[in-house]
Design a protein around this ligand. Sequence first.
Ligand SMILES: Nc1nc2c(c(=O)[nH]1)N[C@H]1C(S)=C(S)[C@@H](COP(=O)(O)OP(=O)(O)OC[C@H]3O[C@@H](n4cnc5c(N)ncnc54)[C@H](O)[C@@H]3O)O[C@H]1N2
Ligand code: MOO
Length: 405
Amino acid sequence: MSVPLLDVSDHQRRVAELIGPTGSERVSAAEAAGRVLAEPVVAAEPLPAFDNSAMDGYAVRAADVAGASDASPVVLPVAGDIPAGAPVGRLEPGTAVRIMTGAPLPAGADAVVEVEVTDGGTTTVAVRSERAAGSFVRPAGGDVATGSTVLEPGTVLGPAQVGVLAALGVDEVVVRRRPRVLVCSTGSELAEHPDPAAGQIRDSNGALLATAVEQAGGEAVSRLWVADDVPAFLAALDREIDGPTPPDLVITTGGVSMGAYEVVKEALGTRGVEFVKVAMQPGMPQGAGRYRDVAVVCLPGNPVSALTSFEVFARPALRAAYGHPRPRRPVVRATLGTELSSMPGKRQLRRGRLDPVHGTVEPWGPPGSGFLGWFAGADCLIDIASDVTAVGAGEVVDVWDLSTG
Ligand SMILES: Nc1nc2c(c(=O)[nH]1)N[C@H]1C(S)=C(S)[C@@H](COP(=O)(O)OP(=O)(O)OC[C@H]3O[C@@H](n4cnc5c(N)ncnc54)[C@H](O)[C@@H]3O)O[C@H]1N2
Ligand code: MOO
């Protein structure tokens, strides 16, 4: 009965190949946070839009303050004030104007003298230090030149990127479409009612996977619950596939191991999905393939196995599908606080708590795949290679940081 176990990386590749690249769509800049640009953003205007002051002080001609020093200050009449937001004015030779940070440099001025090296005067100003032309002037286009590509395709739109869109007055961008994912929990033990009857449980996989999909940048289009009934399961899938928002990917949980009522395996095993055993703990039984040309990934039912399998197989594939430049979780090296043992021949992904400041990690909870409560207190996965059966306290391990990108 024993079949050789598939390597984790082989199944990762298989799942990644299933989910093709998504197309693009135009969205408002306000809704673009977290999306990946499909088309470049080219600046139609410069940033800054006009020459402006980098300091509170006085706009001058550099030539007029040449030679100024503590011992021999240059005194200039102050012709007026330019607060931020004022229109562009004019500076007459041999005068100064008070100028605030961000205010437009008056025509004729070529330098700003910061207030600290003056007497701060309002009718005349004594300047105690010379300043070269260009000092404390932020030239128009000095940040972003007109016609330049300010954001490249493949850029993830975070705060700085959304901010630059606002600064340039760009209202809409073309981004990669989020993959639509149908999450389907199977099992007759799952209660429809919030108070489960004896022997029944609540569906936690639907909730955790819909959340994981959304956090991965996908769109959880619908959550289905289906009993261990092959015709009902297939009918439910068909309804979604034929519906108004057909999924790019179906993720099922449960019904993939060796029991008598393995609905997913029975329904899809002869309809395009291959079921395998992967050399991984948790998450050994897995399925992947196409049903009616829609990508399907079948995860095991134990909640810890389902979420770990999502992390290992579905998440990187989903992120790659919409062009995320970093599909995988960052892996950090950390010193293990407490010894761990691991099953020979299986790569173990054990829940842990990472202390990034001290570079240490503690295993969190037992290794079994039913301990969702423990997983809820963890923030990382400790990755132990399949040929390692014990790791001592103080040894350095690879850790998947689930709290970041
Ligand atoms: N004889 C064998 N038995 C099992 C094997 C095996 O190789 N031989 N593999 C074990 C491993 S490993 C796993 S993982 C599980 C996978 O089982 P299934 O994917 O078929 O899942 P189920 O049997 O339907 O459920 C397993 C477990 O998870 C609970 N569950 C399922 N769905 C949900 C849900 N949506 N929310 C909360 N909990 C859920 C379910 O009640 C079971 O307790 O098989 C082992 N058995
Ligand atoms: O492979 Mo299972 O996912 O250990 O519990």
